[in-house]
Ligand binder design. Structure first.
Ligand SMILES: Nc1ncnc2c1ncn2[C@@H]1O[C@H](COP(=O)(O)OP(=O)(O)OP(=O)(O)O)[C@@H](O)[C@H]1O
Ligand SMILES: [Mg+2]
Length: 250
């Protein structure tokens, strides 16, 4: 079932920041997504958890328009992605979506600052200088800006990827394990910053994590198993998340 009738346009501010309806993604015999219906409200921070292979990355890639569904529909800000041409989809992703990939996807020939600014440059836009400085300081990269990815640690590369996703202040940011390679102190700093972008700026954020402490920064946690949403927690605490995970992974 489509999120809305073909051709209908939900006014941008009333539609959720992103949504999926009966989303199915098959890779050969694997049903990576097996009928997922979910809405990501504006200004909310959602964490996605679940065992390895449960479909977390697939869900984010499909909702962000990086990969196409086998069946069902996804929408960004009320715009169904299935109706868009490749060109329109590219523009929508560039202008309205930020993505932190599980595998960073930094360009090796560019230094950290150039990597951070790349999506803006591709879109022919100038960065908001004040915002950019704030992002760079928060992720702690000021003294690494002229280093290439090969000259940075895994955690530093991860922070470049986070800064790149935030640089254009997109409507919605998807982050696939953004704290996976960080020590607990860097992780807490980054999560506190992400939380502030939600509270102070109304940023919409969707984050995959395996860490109950990281998930507790979110407003809501979705639990995936075998390509389906099997549980949900509002106002999570790390203990509550851990309890729920035990039930799912057992
Ligand atoms: N490009 C692909 N080709 C074939 N199978 C794929 C592809 N991408 C994902 N899959 C399969 O789809 C399922 C879901 O994968 P996905 O990457 O979404 O899991 P995940 O929950 O993000 O796992 P992890 O926590 O390990 O990152 C897995 O069985 C995976 O092997
Ligand atoms: Mg993944």
């Amino acid at each position: 079932m489509p999120v809305q009738p073909a051709g209908a346009t939900v006014p941008a501010m009333t539609a959720p920041a992103a949504s999926a309806s009966a989303a199915v993604k098959r890779y050969g015999d694997v049903r990576a997504l097996d009928g997922v219906t979910v809405a990501f409200d504006r200004g909310a921070f959602t964490a996605i958890m679940g065992p390895s292979g449960s479909g977390k990355s697939t869900l984010m890639h499909c909702v962000a328009g990086l990969d196409a569904l086998t069946a069902g529909e996804v929408a960004i800000g009320g715009t169904p992605l299935s109706g868009l041409s490749d060109r329109e989809l590219t523009l929508l992703r560039r202008e309205r979506v930020g993505f932190v990939f599980q595998a960073f996807n930094l360009l090796p020939a560019l230094d950290a600052r150039e990597n951070i600014l790349l999506p803006l440059r591709l879109g022919g836009r100038d960065p908001d200088a004040e915002w950019l400085e704030q992002v760079i300081d928060t992720v702690g990269l000021r003294d690494r800006l002229s280093h290439r990815p090969s000259e940075l640690s895994g955690g530093q590369q991860q922070r470049v990827a986070v800064a790149r996703a935030l640089a254009s202040r997109p409507e919605i940011v998807f982050a696939d394990e953004p704290t996976g390679n960080l020590d607990s102190r860097s992780s807490a700093e980054l999560l506190a910053f992400l939380r502030r972008t939600v509270d102070a700026l109304g940023q919409t954020l969707v984050m995959v994590t395996h860490d109950p402490v990281a998930a507790a920064y979110a407003d809501r946690v979705l639990f995936l198993a075998d390509g389906r949403i099997v549980a949900e927690l509002q106002e999570p605490t790390a203990d509550a998340v851990l309890d729920r995970l035990k039930g799912i992974e057992a």
